[in-house]
Write a protein that binds this ligand. Sequence first.
Ligand code: LLP
Length: 418
Amino acid sequence: MVFHYREGSLHIEQVPLEKIARRFGTPCYVYSRAAIEHAYDEFELALKGRKSLICYSVKANPNLAVLALMAQRGAGFDIVSGGELRRVLAAGGDPRKVVFSGVGKTEAEIESALRAGILSLNLESEAELERVDRVAQRLRRRAPVAFRVNPDVDPGTHPYISTGLKQNKFGVAYEDAERLYRDAARRKWIRLVGIGCHIGSQITSIAPFVDAAGRLIALTERLANAGIRLRHIDLGGGFGIRYSNEDPATVAEFLDGTLGMLADRSEVLIVDPGRALVGNSGALLARVEYVKRGEARNFLVVDAAMNDLLRPSLYDAWHEVRTVCEAPDAVEDCYDVVGPVCESGDFLAHERRLAAKTGDLLAILSAGAYGMSMSSNYNSRPRAAEVMVSGRTVKLIRRRETVRDLFALESIPRWKED
Ligand code: LLP
């Protein structure tokens, strides 16, 4: 167990969270290195014996320390911006294992990806094919491309994180894909390397995943018959994790059906998990500033807020909240856990039974993915510190921002009339 109580005190690996909070302050993100390694092992094991590549989806948690850990394990990376590419390179990632998705790649981003020598640009429109072709010709470098195909499968997840439906902005229509591949195959500066899809995030059941894979494999076969041979099939990410009482399929269960379908095919299987690799490795630590008893509800006002962890406000996402120190005489009550930001939508949890008082420390669990990466400075709140733990060792992997950091890029103009 990554997070566990020892003598009434919640630990991450061998370290009491209370100690981390005292040393680095709150709010603070804490990640377990062992948990990330363990999640990575699960993918490696499920893919054993298959030509495959695990491309960690950088957006889930782009801290350089996390990326370096993935790179050491031999992972590739799924990126969506020039910024993410720079991070991967800075962390020692191999550009030849990078796939680049996203509907709005700029010319500059395409250029930097081609110069870095990435594995594949995952194209999401015909207009993007034109643009990549032009940039490749200008640089005199053939562009390795795949199309991200929209398989029109309902992943059965939150509408904001469904991406494989017809009404979504992502990918090219399944019906158009063959025509686009034929068009691309005729272009001198384009090298067709693969095909991809990504149907959504936090998928818990196997069926949509297998459906999407089936449609992609069928298309790959049709293309092969037309003389267009691809080197890889990228099934995207989306593997769900347990936040509360979900019962997500295991990674092996997710991949079994697909591996079966691919048994006599030679393409490299790529997956790009984000959440499943880091989500349950991390917690957000927050201190109770006030206990506020209201007419209709009781509140624990903590020093973390929606700017630190947006998922509850944005998706009504449920994160488990634990008291870090269990006091035998503490009285439990029902609370909303809220932050100091001036929005009614600023909450981290609703209606939880907790035994907490002012000054107590809370751990908001399953915050390793899309936590820090979606944080902001709203209300001029400096972003939290990030810490990684390995056994008994604790390392600061991002220092807490200072208020000075927040306005360091701003300037007050001098107007002529002043
Ligand atoms: N590949 C592509 C092309 C993606 O767009 C994404 C995520 C992934 C892989 C990784 O998905 P994962 O394995 O992490 O589910 N902010 C939301 C999640 C948005 C995911 C966007 N795309 C959340 O906090 O739930």
